[in-house]
Design a protein around this ligand. Structure first.
Ligand SMILES: Nc1ncnc2c1ncn2[C@@H]1O[C@H](COP(=O)(O)OP(=O)(O)OP(=O)(O)O)[C@@H](O)[C@H]1O
Length: 309
């Protein structure tokens, strides 16, 4: 059970709002898990409960089998980047980390090590008030790494980073996971996740929408192959007889699922049907994500109406 994050039947209500609604999932070590959902889906609330910053209405979040508030010197176990702006502007980067290290019994040598690791060694003595958002993000990441924790949680860490910074953080997160750490990365951007995460936990309206790999999600929404032929009706019949699922497209093309490009070519050849085009369509993870989360919101609205009636 070591190094895992376990979210169990978590519900968090604020006066009129259910921010998290019976959420259950596990974050495993050795891979980057993306925590994905539209704005307001409940990601930050879940992370705040994980870090002991909010009390659950019911359910719990455990790290290594324990609640965060039960962990002694938690920075050794869990590192988190929540709000990069939450650093006193009058402190230098070095002083901020030095203070964190001291209050968590972390060796002073770690301060220089993490400043180096995040590329802030050159500005260690600069006041944080003068930092760009990207530099603050790096400082927040340095703080998360300070206690050399096995579990890392990053809430929207890409905010404010330039393309180089984004590439850097991707590499960092992947290498932390490759070291066997548990890495949870929250974002509302599918495009960012597709490049960084291997596993996805998708939430919509406080509920679990999908808990799956990037690969499985891509496969689940297989957009199929686009086929163009001057004899579409005839070829559709041939394809269906071979077990394919065929949809006639408005522009005269055929959308084909269940056969690969080679099989489609062979069938056309065998039936002497000219093929003008066979193209594997790009699977858009973005589309898959939007469809999943839109469905969850619609479903939720429907049940709420039913309850009110
Ligand atoms: N302290 C609070 N008081 C009242 N409502 C809150 C509070 N915190 C969050 N909420 C509400 O709970 C819901 C979930 O918010 P949360 O911030 O967890 O979502 P999120 O997925 O992190 O979104 P974002 O990507 O915008 O950060 C939202 O409707 C939000 O308005």
């Amino acid at each position: 059970m070591g190094r895992m994050i376990e979210v169990r039947e978590l519900t968090k209500r604020y006066r009129g709002t259910t921010a998290v609604d019976g959420l259950t999932f596990t974050v495993e070590p050795g891979r980057v898990t993306g925590f994905l959902g539209p704005n307001g889906a409940g990601k930050t609330t879940t992370i705040r409960v994980l870090l002991g910053l909010a009390r659950p209405t019911s359910g719990r979040v455990l790290v290594d089998g324990r609640r965060y508030t039960e962990i002694r010197r938690p920075l050794h176990r869990v590192g988190a980047l929540l709000d990069a702006d939450a650093v006193s502007p009058g402190l230098t980067a070095h002083d901020h980390l030095r203070w964190l290290a001291r209050s968590n019994a972390i060796a002073a040598g770690r301060v220089a090590a993490v400043l180096e690791q995040v590329g802030l060694a050159g500005v260690a003595r600069t006041r944080v008030g003068g930092f760009s958002l990207g530099m603050k993000q790096r400082l927040g990441i340095a703080a998360a790494l300070l206690g050399d924790p096995r579990v890392l949680v990053f809430d929207e860490p890409v905010n404010g980073l330039d393309p180089d910074g984004i590439r850097w953080i991707r590499g960092l997160l992947r290498s932390l996971a490759a070291e066997g750490r548990t890495v949870l990365l929250s974002s509302h951007l599918m495009s960012e996740m597709a490049m960084t995460a291997e596993h996805l936990v998708i939430v919509g309206d406080g509920r679990l929408v999908a808990d799956t790999t990037v690969r499985e999600l891509t496969g689940r929404f297989d957009p199929g192959i686009l086929v163009r032929t001057p004899r579409p009706d005839e070829f559709a019949g041939v394809l269906r007889a071979a077990g394919a699922e065929v949809a006639a497209e408005a522009d005269g093309g055929l959308g084909v699922k269940g056969l690969d490009v080679d099989a489609i070519g062979d069938l056309a050849h065998r039936h002497s049907i000219p093929l003008y085009e066979t193209a594997r369509r790009e699977t858009s993870l973005e589309d898959a994500y939007l469809r999943l989360t839109a469905a969850s919101v619609r479903f939720r609205g429907h049940t709420d109406n039913a309850k009110a009636a």
